[in-house]
Design a protein around this ligand. Structure first.
Ligand SMILES: *Cc1c(COP(=O)(O)O)cnc(C)c1O
Length: 401
């Protein structure tokens, strides 16, 4: 029997197929020395805005910069508090801190792993007090006014945006979507009676094009999407030293531009995004079928009727996750853990004073989630092997005293 390894992610094959087109981008950049800004960036921004169904897209150097500059451009000010979830990648809170704001957390829904709108409401009603002067809610933990929310569309599935936008409207809060894992994901808005694209529902949204994302650059890249012209303009200035024109610095900004070569490569790859997302969905369906009924021993991804996810990751939950991951590695099957430590308990935030038990749903998810191989081009036979190994390992564990 052949026991070839199965990688968690294969980034080589997709680029091999596009090599000619990708090389042409690089050569065009060399021929014109158009490395910063210019038509390659503008054309990608136009195409990505179209895919996201937003009026504007502003390319950024990374997803982290996209979150940070979207917050600043949307009006988050130093000392403000921005609410997000502990079950996300560290960049979400890093970006809040880089915008000179503080973060507060609300727990996630145990089935979708995204922000629980009821927990958000409870946080605002019980952990914040209105400032008698401004009428704004102030976080009792941070002492700062709560001005924004970042729902994270984790694993490629959009958070419950209708409910989150309702709460945000009630308390006059800015919503910035962290769509860094959700290129092309959709959400059925009951309020509007139509499907909406990830990145088109908040005041602004941040995307990452880190190589492993559903749309990945061949290096670092990110983008902000928005319908708000002023916000888009503010993002364009902030990413480029606050310039409205060359050497006309209206404000202080950053160096956070999208590289022209990356924009050109992304534009080539964007044409394949819908197909790749469909392949991921098919792979997810196959996993679901192959696992079948496991009586809760392997908890499969939950997709609410209002969600069309793009399966950036296919995440299951198992007891004894560490051992199962180790045994899968030994069997040549690559896996990932997204993420092993909820952000309120990471070392960098020790001084924030959070404790184990503060966000139990996130803590339990962090200890049980396991990301299985998922990428366009994953073969059905590979999936069969992954599932049979997982099922075997889970059963072996059951058999133990
Ligand atoms: C990848 C990611 C980011 C950061 O993106 P970079 O391009 O790596 O800076 C932020 N948030 C989430 C949820 C991500 O997955």
């Amino acid at each position: 029997m052949k026991t070839e390894g199965i990688p968690f992610l294969d980034l080589v094959t997709v680029h091999r197929e596009l090599r000619g087109e990708l090389r042409a981008v690089f050569e065009a950049a060399l021929d014109t020395a158009g490395f910063i800004g210019g038509p390659m960036v503008q054309e990608f921004e136009r195409d990505f805005a179209e895919v996201c169904e937003t009026r504007y897209c502003v390319g950024m150097a990374s997803g982290t910069d996209a979150v940070r500059l979207a917050l600043v451009a949307a009006g988050v000010r130093p000392g403000d508090t921005v609410v997000t979830v502990p079950h996300t990648f560290f960049a979400t809170t890093e970006a809040i801190s880089q915008a000179c704001a503080r973060f507060d957390f609300v727990d996630i829904d145990p089935r979708t792993y995204t922000m629980d709108p009821e927990k958000l409401l409870a946080y605002l009603e019980t952990e914040c007090v209105p400032d008698p002067r401004t009428g704004r809610l102030v976080s009792q933990r941070t002492g700062g006014p709560v001005t924004a929310i970042i729902p994270v569309h984790l694993y490629g599935q959009v958070a419950d945006m209708d409910a989150i936008l309702d709460v945000a409207a009630r308390y006059d809060l800015i919503v910035v979507e962290d769509a860094c894992q959700a290129h092309g994901a959709e959400y059925f808005s009951k309020r509007e009676g139509r499907w909406r694209k990830a990145g088109s529902m908040g005041r602004a949204a941040a995307f990452s094009f880190y190589p492993g994302k559903n749309l990945g650059a061949c290096g670092e890249a990110g983008a902000v999407t928005t319908d708000d012209q002023q916000l888009a303009r503010a993002c364009s200035m902030l990413r480029d030293h606050g310039q409205s024109k060359k050497y006309i610095h209206d404000i202080e900004g950053y160096n956070g531009r999208l590289d022209a070569i990356q924009a050109g490569l992304l534009r080539v790859k964007l044409r394949h995004l819908a197909k790749w997302n469909e392949q991921r969905r098919e792979s997810a369906r196959s996993y679901d079928e192959l696992f079948g009924e496991t009586h809760g021993k392997v908890v499969l991804p939950h997709v609410p009727s209002w969600s069309r996810p793009v399966f950036h990751l296919y995440v299951v939950r198992v007891a004894d996750r560490e051992r199962i991951q180790k045994d899968l590695t030994a069997a040549g099957i690559g896996t990932g853990i997204h993420y092993p430590i909820p952000l309120h308990l990471v070392k960098a935030y020790e001084a924030e004073g959070f404790r184990p038990g503060d966000f139990p749903v996130s803590e339990r998810a962090a200890s049980e989630v396991l990301s299985l191989p998922m990428f366009p081009g994953l073969a059905p036979e590979q999936q069969q092997r992954v599932v049979s190994e997982v099922v075997k390992l889970v059963a072996a564990r059951e058999g133990r005293p």
